[in-house]
Design a protein around this ligand. Structure first.
Ligand code: URA
Length: 204
């Protein structure tokens, strides 16, 4: 089965799951969008008004700003995969609770397993906390963190949430700088991987 087919199957499972705590008669499932073959997965917080309406993550103001940030480093939105920690809109756009995040977590974990990204960009503190539970976003944003995730190393790069940047000039400045650093970080990760491959070949 291709990654697309596996994701479609997972989406269908989620659609049938009536135990999901934010699923209401007026909420749509906002599963994820983009290229499942990408090495980069971006994980936000949860759908807002426009995302719920369109069934796609990051299509409102925060999403437009995210698109601008990606464009500034020549990464088209469609070339990465984008999802959230919860996949139904929390009422009045409130923060998702720990038990809601846990309930959707099994599906996010499955998505990560299927996509198998090398790099996860966490957008905001809720997705950061999944991988770096003790970190403070003000200290770790824009930096590379290698975590062992289900026996596999994944690079986590915590970013401020684009909506936080739209609300605060200082965060906006940091967010733009962090995104501008990304191409070099991606290059370094690629270099490290090729070096490791050569070292492995030398051992054989
Ligand atoms: N904010 C998020 O965290 N996710 C979305 O999909 C939209 C806004």
């Amino acid at each position: 089965m291709s990654k697309n087919e596996e994701l479609q199957k997972l989406k269908e499972e989620m659609e049938k799951d009536n135990s999901l705590p934010l699923k209401k008669s007026d909420t749509n499932l906002v599963f994820g969008v983009g290229d499942p073959e990408s090495k980069i997965l971006a994980v936000g917080e949860g759908p807002g008004y426009w995302e719920n309406l369109k069934g796609e993550p990051f299509v409102g103001n925060a999403g437009k700003f995210l698109d601008q940030l990606l464009t500034s480093i020549n990464i088209p939105r469609g070339s990465i995969y984008i999802t959230n920690v919860v996949h139904h809109r929390p009422p009045e756009n409130r923060d998702p609770t720990p038990s809601e995040i846990a309930a959707y977590g099994k599906y996010l974990d499955e998505m990560i397993k299927i996509i198998d990204p090398k790099i996860i960009l966490t957008l905001g503190r809720f997705s950061m906390a999944k991988f770096l539970p003790n970190a403070r976003i003000s200290s770790v944003h824009g930096k590379v963190h290698r975590v062992n995730w289900r026996d596999k190393e994944i690079v986590i790069i915590p970013m401020y949430h684009p909506a936080a940047a739209l609300r605060n000039g200082e965060v906006m400045r940091a967010e733009k700088e962090d995104f501008l650093k990304l191409p070099q970080i991606l290059e370094n990760i690629k270099d490290k991987e090729s070096k490791e491959k050569v070292e492995q070949m030398d051992l054989i």
